[in-house]
Design a protein around this ligand. Structure first.
Ligand code: ATP
Ligand code: MG
Length: 230
């Protein structure tokens, strides 16, 4: 398998050595197929978000190795990690993390700051992303004036602005009804056809059932319980 990410026995312990120590992730060894859709499923507290943020270089493992495109990132100095995070990953967060009071287009462009890129040089990219997600008509709206489904699409547009290879989405259907969730699956399939690798953490059966994902990794108590390959 051509893997974009491999983990070797990664663990994440919060508050190590303290009475409230929590093992969020315990000795997980997985591979993420390049160009595939992988779903992390499991009950609340099973470690999905923690694993997603380790994979996306947003947090560091307490132990173990994480290989991203052949490079061991677990112990890289922060400045290199930031570079890999920015060039490789696009994030769609559980609560969208959109900034109210600024417009849709400004939210979409947030990951580009701080940088010297001029709007004029990326206008085409921003416009085609908004067009594909059906939010062009809303580009100057404040995000608080959008519906949940529209906000979700703005969050996806923002995750795409850096042209990432891998999209990490945490509970992307949490605020969507079943129709909008199905639409969202179509968006992910389109992105996959464009060559993106997609990893979704969710306990929504709409996402992890029915053969949408090539690989479903089931988590329980911070560990991998089962891996199902479609
Ligand atoms: N920053 C943190 N500090 C301390 N404990 C944490 C932290 N983040 C997560 N945890 C703990 O780690 C465990 C796994 O949490 P995580 O958020 O990864 O689960 P999850 O599967 O994403 O759950 P949910 O489905 O509710 O989003 C939980 O027991 C949680 O309380
Ligand atoms: Mg979570």
């Amino acid at each position: 398998m051509d893997s974009v990410i491999k983990t070797y026995d990664i663990a994440k312990v919060f508050n190590p050595g303290m009475p409230d120590q929590i093992k969020a992730v315990t000795d997980i060894s997985i591979e993420i197929e390049r160009g595939g859709i992988t779903v992390l499923k499991g009950p609340s507290g099973s470690g999905k978000t923690s694993l997603l943020s380790l994979i996306g270089c947003m947090s560091r493992p307490t132990s173990g190795r994480i290989i991203v495109n052949g490079k061991d990132v677990a112990k890289l100095p922060e400045r290199f990690l930031t570079g890999i995070r920015r060039s490789t990953f696009g994030f769609v967060f559980q609560h969208f993390n959109l900034i109210s009071g600024i417009s849709v287009i400004e939210n979409i462009m947030l990951p580009l700051y701080p940088s010297d890129i001029k709007l004029s040089s990326i206008r085409k990219r921003v416009e085609s992303i908004m067009e594909n997600l059906g939010i062009s008509g809303k580009k100057d709206f404040s995000v608080q004036r959008l519906s949940g489904g529209e906000q979700q699409r703005v969050a996806i547009a923002r995750s795409l602005i850096n042209e990432p290879e891998v999209i990490l989405a945490d509970e992307p259907t949490a605020h969507l009804d079943s129709k909008l969730s199905e639409d969202l699956k179509d968006i992910f399939v389109t992105l996959q056809k464009e060559g993106k690798t997609i990893i979704i953490a969710t306990h929504d059966p709409i996402i992890h059932e029915g053969g949408f994902a090539g690989r479903v990794i089931e988590m329980r108590d911070g560990m991998v319980k089962e891996v199902t390959v479609e």
